[in-house]
Design a protein around this ligand. Structure first.
Ligand code: AP5
Ligand code: MG
Length: 191
């Protein structure tokens, strides 16, 4: 059995930041759908061209696009202990499709680690990262505002879905990076 962890949270909550030490410590394969899409854009692929316009508006790319990428990484990594899904699922349909993908192999989601921060902190963190990483979707206020709206409208409903399944675990992601990391690791140690 492989383990499947979901790193959940609004834009800028720290999913990518905390994924790095987690995958090392628990021998997981990190799958960031945002990073996969950004590499497609950088490589100038057809998929990348389609995704670029949506990402730069702060919209989601179609479910089947990200699901195809996820399935590809699962298939290519049969020997890892598990996966850390960062930024996926992001719609109720993606969550249903993920369950189906896993059920067909007798697998299931082990746990959802949800990093929670208020909208105001999202803006601060994204503005800080814009100066360092230069991501196109960090560059203007309207895109950032739309990413936050998209999160509340399409992604937040997943909280209830995973609460119902009894696998939802919330971590207060306000605090310094080492403070939040300690909370995340304390939770991960329980799985
Ligand atoms: P994605 O790349 O997943 O972006 P996101 O969800 O908006 O999340 P971020 O990567 O912006 O934030 P993060 O939580 O990783 O925070 P980070 O650790 O960097 O997706 C991009 C786009 O791709 C989407 O908008 C969508 O268009 C598309 N997409 C992706 N997945 C999709 C899907 N499943 N379906 C459809 N479309 C999809 O931290 C942020 C900053 O804060 C950093 O600078 C960090 O150093 C700093 N920081 C972190 N923690 C702290 C702390 N505790 N204190 C102070 N600073 C901190
Ligand atoms: Mg990220």
């Amino acid at each position: 059995m492989q383990k499947y962890f979901i790193m959940f949270g609004p834009p800028g909550a720290g999913k990518g930041t905390h994924a790095a030490p987690m995958v090392k410590r628990y021998h997981l394969k990190h799958i960031s759908t945002g990073e996969l899409l950004r590499s497609e854009i950088a490589a100038g692929t057809e998929l990348g061209k389609q995704a670029k316009a949506l990402i730069e508006k702060g919209e989601l790319v179609p479910d089947e696009v990200v699901e195809g990428m996820i399935a590809g990484v699962f298939a290519a990594n049969p020997d890892v202990k598990g996966f850390l899904l960062d930024g996926f699922p992001r719609t109720v349909q993606q969550a249903i499709d993920l369950d189906e993908m896993l059920e067909s192999r007798d697998e299931y989601v082990t746990g959802v680690i949800s990093l929670m921060i208020p909208d105001e902190v999202i803006k601060e963190r994204i503005k800080g990262r814009a100066l360092i990483e230069g991501r196109a979707d960090d560059a203007n206020d309207e895109t950032i505002a739309n990413r936050i709206r998209t999160y509340h409208a399409k992604t937040e409903p997943l909280i209830e879905v995973y609460k119902q399944k009894g696998i939802y675990h919330e971590v207060d992601a306000v605090g310094t990076i080492p403070e939040v990391e300690a909370r995340v690791m304390a939770l991960m140690d329980t799985f």
